[in-house]
Design a protein around this ligand. Structure first.
Ligand code: GDP
Ligand code: MG
Length: 442
């Protein structure tokens, strides 16, 4: 995206393409107002006023559509540039025609993905964390995802990183004062104070990092993985929880090979429920690969549902038994068929529905417990985590640098690492990573 000039006026459909009552086209840049005037033939356009107008094709002079034209004068707009919004009917023909006309106008070109938000960032309307929060808000599907995105978008998480960075820079400034006076010894008290500050900054970072990846999980979904021997009833359970036939159920052992994922909303939290291949020794290539994947999923799981066939209970196969730990919930399946001794485990039947409500309650408890403990996380993407780890390492190194200049350099790098999170340190590769994930028109 770097080669695209920011002097261009960009335009894009801000609403999803398709038929709808109203569609919004957005323009940003110095030619936006001239384009609006040309399309509407108005000479006097009031900022922040909805002008009900006919839009004309400047070439053919024909009317394209009637709708609203709005003008947001720089810097009082989303991007801080002149912004124009055209509210048209959500007709494929109208939109196609208008996009064609805009594309032919002088100084106008279609926007790249995320380019509106990128301009808002470059022009200081928001920092990188807030821009990512906006992207997350647009992607949010559950209420808790939305709350996290709003907190981030409104700058609540940025404050944490900015405080951190400011404190590192203060320490740096303190130390740099001594570089200018090479003859002076740094008093021991000053060095001790600095050391204390660095340790306390490291504690803050360490606590931030020890968040069980809750922020990332809230974006991507908590992984609940169904595991057990072939025929234990795993695919049946996935289908019951999904309330549809997502996975093939068969009495033939070894039917499920690849992991099957469905997305659920439990208490406002996003859940990725995964069905896996039955665990057993297999000589068959594809099944063996499926089992390898099942084991990998078990490793990465936040919650494991370990199933045991009720018709064999309390006999347990070794492979499944080995998966039981503090992350697992043990389930005895097919309780409609077998009348085995009640061993206190949760018993379910996908045939009669027995135990399913209780399982959902247990799952809810685990999920709310997972997300609800401790303060709201500061990290919502791997990008933030990687930078924080770097900052921690630079602070660590600074403690062991004997030379003053080198100590300062480590602190400078630590401040930079934190600065990259909010975008206070502008680095183009960081911007490309962040904004390329946006969709066009945002
Ligand atoms: N009676 C009864 N049969 C079940 C139940 N759940 C699954 N089954 C049967 O057990 C067999 C294996 O089920 P499936 O879900 O494919 O197991 P998987 O191999 O663990 O995925 C199928 O014939 C299912 O119809 C249940 O709750 N009760
Ligand atoms: Mg299966």
């Amino acid at each position: 995206m770097g080669f695209m000039s920011s002097a261009d006026t960009i335009f894009a459909l801000a609403t999803p393409p398709g038929k709808s009552g109203v569609s919004v086209l957005r323009l940003s840049g110095s030619h936006a107002l001239a384009a609006l005037k040309q399309l509407t033939r108005l000479t006097d356009i009031t900022p922040r006023h909805a002008h009900f107008v006919s839009f004309h094709d400047p070439e053919s002079k024909l009317i394209i559509d009637r709708g609203l034209g709005l003008y947001f004068q720089a810097p009082h707009s989303f991007t801080s540039e002149d912004v124009v919004e055209l509210q048209l009917h959500g007709s494929l023909a109208v939109i196609r025609q208008m996009l064609g006309i805009l594309g032919a106008m002088d100084g106008l070109r279609p926007a790249e993905p995320g380019e509106f938000t990128r301009r808002a960032f470059i022009n200081g309307k928001m920092d990188l964390m807030e821009a990512e929060g906006l992207a997350d808000l647009i992607d949010a599907e559950t209420t808790e995802q939305k709350s996290q995105a709003m907190r981030q978008m409104q700058g609540e998480l940025s404050v944490f990183y900015e405080d951190l960075r400011t404190r590192i820079i203060k320490s740096l400034a303190h130390l740099e004062a001594y570089i200018d006076f090479p003859d002076e010894e740094i008093p021991d008290a000053v060095l001790a104070q600095l050391e204390d500050e660095i340790v306390s900054l490291q504690t803050i970072i360490r606590e931030g990092l020890h968040d069980n990846n809750r922020g990332e999980r809230l974006r991507d979904g908590i992984n609940v993985v169904i595991l057990g021997a072939p025929n234990a009833g795993k695919s049946s359970l996935l289908n019951t929880l999904a309330r549809r036939d997502a996975a093939i159920v068969s009495h033939k052992a070894g039917t499920t090979r690849d992991a099957i994922e469905i997305h659920m909303d439990i208490c406002g939290y996003p859940v990725v429920l995964v069905d896996t291949a039955g665990l057993r020794d297999s000589d068959e290539d594809i099944e063996a690969e499926g089992i390898r994947r099942a084991r990998a999923r078990a490793e990465a799981a936040d919650i494991k549902l370990v199933l045991f066939d009720g018709s064999k209970w309390p006999e347990m196969d070794e492979a499944s038994r080995g998966l039981i730990d503090e992350k697992s919930i043990t389930l005895v399946t097919k309780c409609d068929t077998a009348k085995h001794a009640d061993t206190g485990e949760l018993r379910i039947s996908t045939k009669t529905g027995e135990g399913i409500e209780e399982l959902l309650k247990t799952l809810e408890g685990r999920i709310v417990g997972f997300f609800g403990c401790g303060q709201a996380p500061f990290i919502t993407r791997n990008r933030h985590r990687a930078q924080l780890i770097q900052a921690f390492d630079y602070l660590e190194k600074s403690k062991y640098q004997p030379a003053l200049e080198l100590k300062c350099e480590e602190l400078r790098l630590a401040a930079q690492a934190v600065g990259k999170i909010t975008g206070k340190i502008q680095v183009d590769d960081v911007l490309d990573v962040v904004f390329s994930s946006f969709c066009i028109g945002k």
